[in-house]
Design a protein around this ligand. Structure first.
Ligand code: ATP
Ligand code: MG
Length: 348
């Protein structure tokens, strides 16, 4: 194969790629490789270009053994890390001198590694969240079988706690299933037409007992006319239930939770007709450092208080996925001591 042809083949590869022959110099490279490793790499010794010891080793091994070798290359462009899987593959009958050459390709595996890291974190989180109530349950079972066997008063008390712990596990499993369902449907647009104000009335009515218990007044202010938009009734109820429930649970000390609806022909966030629902509380608010991560699974701004109140930390993750499915937006504004405003923007 002529050197021109080699260069053509290498430049057609859809990832950084370069070739090194038995002179140990780079005889061809593509634009992606030059963007990754430096502009003037052709003709240079590979060790001065590849630089990372494990990659140099793989190249040496491949040249010497005339066989395959693999390695990992880590790059950083100042803003983020990128991980590459490097494959060195020996090719016979090419290169300036006899003895063949090695083609090295750099496959970007950053997303794969991130996805598997996320999966590991998720499993670790779920196990941890389930283990806490489970450990409590096992402890009480042991106590009821042993020391508290004939103590009727203790039995009643323990069974109450055990019920609460079991309920917690049940809620967690329910939320996980819900999250799974919502995620798998995220790309399917909702087809139903819903009426937003009626939906909010119903949602607030079901939460009124919770608000009354917490001494919170729940108020809805909405336009006179119905607000119709494409949406999934059950999912949107889930969204507003969680937001209003959070406002009552975490912001209830402010005494009131207000839900305000407004409609615009040209919403700035959607760039088209949209409805905005704002859930406003006057409670302790959220430290702005937490805001960017608030919709992550299991993320809690005040984890002690959230657990105490029976929260799973999955509510806002579910909310976000549902709003994404509706091609809407979620905005959170808050500061310590200033209450919180959660705004849901839904295209009409
Ligand atoms: N209105 C609010 N005021 C203050 N903190 C809030 C408010 N809403 C949410 N948070 C914080 O955000 C965290 C995440 O909320 P999210 O709804 O995802 O979880 P949760 O309420 O703990 O659990 P779940 O909704 O599953 O019962 C909460 O734990 C709480 O710390
Ligand atoms: Mg919640």
């Amino acid at each position: 194969m002529s050197n021109e042809l080699l260069a053509e083949v290498v430049s057609a590869l859809p990832m950084p790629a370069l070739m090194v022959d038995q002179t140990e110099r780079i005889i061809a490279s593509n634009a992606d490789a030059r963007a990754l490793l430096g502009r003037n790499i052709d003709g240079r010794h590979f060790a001065t270009i590849l630089r990372q010891p494990q990659v140099i080793e793989a190249m040496e091994k491949s040249l010497r053994s005339k066989g395959p070798a693999n390695s990992r290359h880590l790059a950083n462009d100042g803003a983020q890390d990128t991980a590459f899987q490097v494959h060195c593959r020996y090719m016979q009958g090419v290169g300036a001198v006899s003895g063949g050459a090695v083609l090295a390709t750099f496959m970007d595996v950053t997303h794969l590694e991130q996805a598997s890291q996320m999966r590991r974190d998720f499993v670790a989180n779920v196990s941890h969240e389930l283990r806490t109530p489970l450990t409590a349950l096992m402890g009480f079972i042991e106590t009821l079988q042993g020391p508290a066997k004939d103590d009727a008063a203790a039995r009643d008390r323990f069974l109450k706690i055990m019920t609460a712990e079991a309920n917690r596990m049940n809620r967690l499993v329910g939320d996980l299933l819900s999250l799974n369902r919502v995620e798998s449907e995220e790309r399917i647009r909702p087809r139903q037409q819903i009426e937003l104000i009626e939906l909010l009335h119903v949602t607030l009515e079901t939460l009124r007992p919770l608000a009354d218990d917490a001494g919170v007044s729940l108020n809805l202010s909405a336009p006179e006319n119905p607000v119709r938009l494409p949406g999934d009734n059950d999912q949107l109820r889930q969204v507003f239930t969680n937001l209003v429930e959070n406002a009552i649970k975490y912001g209830g000390s402010g005494g009131s939770v207000d839900v305000q609806v407004s409609v615009s022909d040209q919403d700035t966030a959607i760039r088209g007709p949209a409805a905005r629902v704002r859930v406003i509380d006057k409670g302790p608010g959220i430290d702005p450092v937490h805001l960017p991560r608030l919709t992550e699974r299991f993320y809690r701004a005040d984890s002690h208080r959230s657990r105490e109140l029976g929260g799973t930390g999955l509510g806002l993750a579910i909310v976000k996925h549902i709003i994404n499915r509706h091609r809407g937006r979620l905005r959170v504004e808050s500061d310590l001591g200033k209450g919180a405003v959660f705004t849901v923007i839904l295209p009409m």
